[in-house]
Design a protein around this ligand. Structure first.
Ligand SMILES: Cc1c2[nH]c(c1CCC(=O)O)Cc1[nH]c(c(CCC(=O)O)c1C)Cc1[nH]c(c(CCC(=O)O)c1C)Cc1[nH]c(c(C)c1CCC(=O)O)C2
Length: 357
């Protein structure tokens, strides 16, 4: 691969998603500029999103290829980000295998009957491609529309999915989850093994249909001690990531409050470790020993501050990212619903400008 010259400005399009700045940075290859995308870039911060979602439930919208493609493309058109993230939700594959759940606005996923006993486990069956033909169709439509811009597929990690299933919904303390983990480790590992298969199969459907990278969201892994992560969780996330190991798509592994787990999350089989806003990229690099590319990590709440305050933080993160084997600029967690979309567009422009080489 020839070194990309400085004449290649951010506006110069790569030939294919596999040669895009995002995929190259994820592999630790030289890039014309630091790629940037935002978790939850598709969603309520955009008026055009709210418009197309009017009167359509969240889960329904995730299963309609016309809506999935439109919503996924909206932030790419508006912000000029370096990747699209597939519009879906971490609970979509759970619903697809028949678990009765809903996504309640302002609350999140709510499970009709929590999974807490051996008998409940039977409801967590394997996901087969025939369960989600619409997902593969949406990915194919998107890949055709996106041209050289890569599409990132994703899934929830076993621990985060287990937390929703065991608690029955969003939880601050994850007490039922931890009670199960410690009270019946065999049942816990069986549940997570099933979830790893669901998660891995969902990633695989997206990658086989043409997604150029995948992200495993273990959003709530930061609720665990390192010892518990290693004992109860890491192997299952590794299994989910291993499901796409043969497909040549870079794998991003992200969690919130996981500063103590960054190397362990890399060890699970990632190419890129996601860093939230609590740990600087410089510290994250020291903690991971330069073994993985890094993704992150502007505090999403900072986007509510005046631009004059945001700008130096964006510059700092780009600078810190230069020392990493590869850097994918992102927020430290998802875009907050009331974010001014123009602030996101400005961040994209600034990242491209200051990182152009
Ligand atoms: C934990 C988690 C969930 N879902 C997801 C995670 C992991 C990422 C994270 O840590 O935030 C992942 C997710 N959910 C959604 C996406 C879309 C793609 C993107 O990032 O742009 C992605 C990647 C759409 C969504 N998922 C959800 C929305 C909002 C629903 C709506 O628009 O009505 C969107 C756009 C709903 C959802 N789904 C979930 C929550 C906590 C919520 C918020 C509930 C609320 O505040 O209303 C579960």
């Amino acid at each position: 691969m020839p070194h990309v010259t400085t004449s290649q400005t951010p506006a110069a399009a790569p030939a294919s998603p596999a040669d895009s700045p995002l995929v190259r940075a994820a592999r630790g290859l030289p890039v014309p500029h630091t790629p940037v995308w935002f978790m939850r870039q598709a969603g309520r911060s955009l008026p055009e999103y709210r418009k197309v979602r009017e009167g359509v439930g969240m889960l329904e919208s995730c299963r309609r290829p016309d809506l999935v493609t439109e919503i996924t493309l909206q932030p790419v058109r508006r912000h000029g980000v370096d990747a699209a993230i597939f519009f879906s939700d971490i609970v979509v594959p759970l619903a697809a295998v028949g678990i009765d759940l809903d996504i309640v606005p302002g609350v999140g996923p709510v499970i009709e009957q929590p999974v807490r006993t051996r008998a409940d486990l039977e409801r967590v069956r394997d996901l087969v491609p025939e369960d989600v033909p619409d997902i593969a169709e949406s990915v194919r439509l998107l890949v055709a529309e996106l041209g050289p811009t890569p599409l990132i597929g994703f899934a929830g990690a076993p621990f985060t999915l287990a937390s929703y299933l065991v608690e029955g919904g969003p939880s601050r303390n994850h007490e039922h989850t931890k009670a199960l983990m410690y009270g019946d480790p065999d049942l816990w590992h069986d549940l997570c093994a099933r979830l790893a298969r669901v998660s891995g199969a969902f990633l695989r459907v997206q990658a086989r249909a043409g997604a150029s990278a995948v992200q495993l969201f273990d959003s709530w892994a930061g609720a665990l001690s390192r010892a518990d992560y290693l004992r109860f969780v890491q192997r299952h996330s590794a299994d989910a990531l291993a499901a796409v190991a043969d497909l040549d798509v870079p794998r991003i592994h992200f969690g919130v409050g996981t500063g103590e787990l960054l190397a362990d999350m890399g060890e699970a089989g990632a190419d890129v470790v996601g860093v939230d806003f609590r740990v600087s990229l410089t510290d994250a690099l020291a903690r991971t020993g330069g073994r993985w590319a890094l993704q992150g990590n502007l505090d999403p709440a900072l986007l509510f501050a005046p631009w004059a305050a945001v700008e130096p933080q964006v510059r700092r993160i780009v600078e810190e990212g230069r020392a990493a084997p590869g850097h994918l600029f992102n927020l430290g967690h998802g875009v907050l619903p009331d974010t001014d979309p123009d602030a996101l567009t400005r961040v994209v422009e600034l990242v491209h400008e200051v990182s152009a080489r």
